[in-house]
Ligand binder design. Structure first.
Ligand code: T4K
Length: 369
């Protein structure tokens, strides 16, 4: 394979154009291009069935889905959240008029550390927002217990948790709402898109109004916004559903290949034993003293071979310039997240890698091992 060809952390799963064109012809013919057309409704139903989520809504992207979930739950006050996430998680909290309060993570799971949550709870706390980072599932049982005890809501950012289960149950069985991102970089995509599974059908109804300007029977009833998925995205999503099984099999193969590779390389920790079935990312953690290179030097070396992994999520959110001095938001020391963010790296991980560079990534590490 051409060694100059760049290998990215991911590439979108795209359907055969011939399978999309008939749907596009349909849309052209009907002129129903957005606002709850037949493809939107079909995708919503199919995803509800696949994810075993009774109250599922589609959105134009995961970020607006999460924002609307927070608004539809009618929250006010502070939300306890992990700083080890993509900026979208935190900006949703802020756009919803809420205050994020950062809680450190558990070094083993990289998710919220439930032992630390209660010390942050005050009479202003309205919710806990956990992120199933990389598809590693939060300690949903402990989080539920804490939330029930304090009578607060639980929301999950499951951007990376499409098709994840926890003890055999769909991950969205936990919490008041779970958001799945359907962005191009995700296991399953509709180019841009998001889906939210709500515990309560009433909250889904509110969210459905909110994503369409708050309009009910022609009249705005509540404050809304525009967050509808259009017919083109929905059609791509439907076509992608047909190739999802193959994509998952390919990712499973890559995961096994990486697992075998790193079993023999000192200083590289993998997370396969705790990654759920979403097959979203393949994170590794580098111990520089054993591996012989820091994470950042490793990235530079890989870059010289045209391999571009990503340091999701560096810097962690509490170190963003506009947040780092906010004492209301940063109330505890965050030593674990500050350690993890220095060492973690997401390797190239997507079905097309098998034909386009998996051998180069394996060769790179084998030559160092
Ligand atoms: N919560 C969490 C925890 C999230 O991780 C995210 C999104 C969200 C919420 C919000 O969900 P959405 O509103 O996006 O549905 C990417 C994605 O844009 C973002 O969706 C994702 N998380 C984040 C982890 O990754 P960037 O800034 O890294 O994207 P970009 O453009 O650098 O793409 C990464 C690589 O993917 C590129 O190097 C090449 C490849 N790529 C990307 C695109 C967009 C392609 O090959 N083709 C493409 O069209 O954020």
């Amino acid at each position: 394979m051409d060694k100059k060809k760049k290998i990215y952390v991911t590439q979108p799963m795209l359907p055969d154009l011939n399978n999309v064109l008939p749907m596009l012809e349909d849309v052209w013919e009907s002129k129903h291009v957005t606002n709850f057309g037949p493809y939107h409704n079909k995708l919503e139903n199919e995803l509800a069935r696949l994810l075993k989520a009774d109250n599922l809504s589609l959105f134009s992207n995961g970020t607006l889905g999460l924002l609307i979930a927070l608004k539809a739950l009618d929250l006010e006050g502070e939300v306890i959240v992990t700083p080890f996430t993509f900026p979208a998680t935190i900006t949703c909290i802020e756009w919803a008029g809420l205050t994020p309060v950062f809680c450190d993570i558990d070094e083993k799971t990289l998710c919220l550390n439930p032992d630390l949550i209660e010390e942050l709870i005050t009479d202003k706390t309205c919710a806990i927002l956990g992120v199933h980072v990389y598809g590693i599932i939060c300690d949903v049982e402990r989080i539920s217990e804490i939330a029930n005890k304090h009578n607060i809501k639980v929301i999950y950012d499951g951007a990376h948790a499409f098709m994840s289960t926890y003890k055999g149950q769909p991950v969205s069985d936990y919490g008041d709402a779970t958001m799945f991102s359907l962005h191009a970089t995700k296991l399953f995509n509709s180019i841009e898109g998001g889906a939210v599974s709500f515990k309560s059908p009433e909250v889904k109804t509110t969210a459905d109004l909110m994503k369409n300007f708050g309009i009910n029977a022609g009249v705005p009833e509540i404050t809304g916004i525009n967050a509808k998925m259009n017919e083109i995205s929905s059609a791509i999503g439907l076509a992608n559903l047909n190739i999802l099984k193959q994509e998952r099999e390919k990712r499973e193969y890559i995961k096994n290949t990486y697992d075998s590779l790193f079993a023999h390389i000192k200083g590289v920790k993998t997370y396969s034993h705790i990654l759920s079935d979403s097959l979203q990312y393949y994170p590794i953690s580098i111990d520089a003293s054993l591996f012989g290179l820091s994470r950042d030097k490793l990235m530079t070396e890989m870059g010289k071979h045209n391999i571009f992994p990503r340091k999701y999520f560096y810097p962690a959110c509490h170190r963003y310039p506009y947040l780092k001095n906010r004492k209301d938001i940063i109330r505890m020391d965050l030593p674990i997240v500050e350690k993890v963010e220095q060492n973690i790296l997401c390797l190239p991980f997507y079905g097309g890698l098998i034909e386009n560079g998996l051998d180069r990534v394996v060769e790179f590490f084998s030559n160092r091992g």
